[in-house]
Design a protein around this ligand. Structure first.
Ligand SMILES: [Zn+2]
Length: 426
């Protein structure tokens, strides 16, 4: 007797399988004809995927678009200034309310693990308290991992160092940083060193906003790789954005990438945000600002797409749809071969689970029973359609259902119903 059976879905690897769920775990992946279950989800012809994972988000700022005003220039720096204005007027309750609303969106989109940075440059640490509260409130359906993020600079802001350490003492999970925003390159490098040492002492992971700039001389990823290896933090460190790498000298990158691979650093490009924020100081040609995704993947570096922002001081759109994120990444990085497109799907699922260190993730017996049934037959079609999440299962329970995106057509001589599915011939 199972609690739930998901019947006949296409797994991302092409296998067709029944999935039996018991006590919040995947108990069987095998033909389950005749098996009893309290509830059955029919998934014949549909893709059944492990849930989406967002490795880079700002939950404390989400859904605040327009408060107290709109970012006119579209630049990172105006966004940071605007967030500073908002922090003056926001309340803890506002932040919790907005974050919970966002988590409803995420749950409906099958986005069930989120790593969110939380600003620690506030002596009251309202955002930290709010996000710890949200982490506890959503834990039965979304795993929220929090990063202590000194938005205004670990050294540049006079109390950020102390407040970041306080946030970690309060239970924030991961050590963050923003070396390119410190006053000097030397301060940036020093901040990377000290923050990695803090993580090593506490046994924590590291995830820094690193080189989110078009300045090719912003090379803090080099220091991050060096400190990771020096402190034995391999496999526990992520570099977010890494946009300066877009503009770096090719010879230097040929030295840098093997160091990143050796340090087992995961890379988190955020294509929606990078494509709108980078290159704003350029005339023509305008740089895209996305880091070197294909080149890192070719080196064996774990790379996964992050979302970063939804309706906040830096980005005026977004729906918690990681397929949107991967779709943009696929275009900007020109990952258009079938293998590359499948990789783009992995980059919002398995690769990000690896970055977050999720041990119970995946469609295998014994893993946590969290999955998404998509209105598409395979991962590439899911990307093309930004497919509807027909059913979302979190920790063994169905938490969301969405109808198929069928249109009814009224054209003489044509079918009455259109789904826009298409079988690609091999
Ligand atoms: Zn960010």
């Amino acid at each position: 007797m199972f609690d739930l059976i998901v019947k006949g879905g296409n797994l991302p690897n092409g296998q067709v399988a029944d999935i039996g769920i018991r006590d919040g775990l995947i108990a069987a992946i095998e033909p389950l004809d005749g098996a009893e279950a309290a509830e059955t989800v029919e998934a014949q012809g549909d893709l059944v995927s492990p849930p989406f994972v967002d490795p880079h988000f700002h939950m404390d700022a989400t859904l605040s678009y327009g408060l107290p005003r709109i970012n006119e220039s579209g630049t990172l720096l105006e966004g940071i200034g605007l967030w500073g204005e908002l922090k003056e007027i926001v309340t803890q309750d506002d932040m919790v309310t907005r974050a919970l609303e966002y988590c409803d969106w995420a749950a409906s989109m099958g986005l069930l693990s989120i790593r969110s940075h939380v600003d620690t440059c506030d002596d009251r640490l309202l955002g930290v308290e709010a996000m710890l509260d949200v982490r506890a409130k959503v834990k039965d359906y979304i795993d929220l991992q929090l990063v202590a993020f000194p938005q205004d600079g670990f050294y540049r802001d006079p109390t950020a160092r102390e407040n970041t350490i306080r946030a970690l003492d309060m239970g924030v999970d991961v050590v963050g940083g923003i070396p390119h925003f410190e006053r000097t390159m030397a301060d940036g490098a020093a901040s990377v060193k000290e923050l990695c040492e803090i993580a090593a002492e506490r046994g924590l992971q590291v995830d820094m906003h690193c080189d989110e700039t078009d300045d090719p001389m912003s090379r803090h990823i080099e220091t991050l790789a060096y400190e990771t290896t020096r402190l034995g933090l391999q496999g526990r460190v992520a570099g977010s954005h890494l946009t300066s790498m877009h503009s770096m000298d090719n010879y230097y990158v040929s030295k840098l990438l093997p160091m990143v691979a050796e340090a087992e650093i995961s890379a988190i490009p955020n294509p929606l945000i990078n494509i709108v924020i980078q290159g704003r100081h350029d005339s023509f040609p305008k740089r895209r600002g996305l880091t070197r995704v294909k080149e890192m993947l070719a080196m064996g570096i774990n790379v996964g797409w992050g979302q970063d922002c939804v309706l906040d001081p830096w980005y005026s759109l977004g729906t918690a749809d990681m397929l949107d994120v991967a779709f943009m990444g696929l275009h900007v990085a020109q990952m258009t071969s079938p293998d590359e497109m499948r990789t783009c799907f992995d980059m919002v699922t398995a690769n990000n689970a690896k970055t977050l260190g999720l041990q119970d993730y995946g469609l295998r017996v014994g893993a946590q029973a969290s999955l998404v049934v998509l209105d598409a037959s395979n991962p590439i079609e899911a990307l093309r359609l930004r497919a509807a999440r027909l059913c979302v299962v979190s920790k063994g329970r169905v938490i969301s259902r969405t109808p198929r995106a069928d249109a009814s057509l009224s054209i003489a001589g044509r079918p009455g119903r259109v789904r826009r599915r298409h079988q690609v011939k091999p």
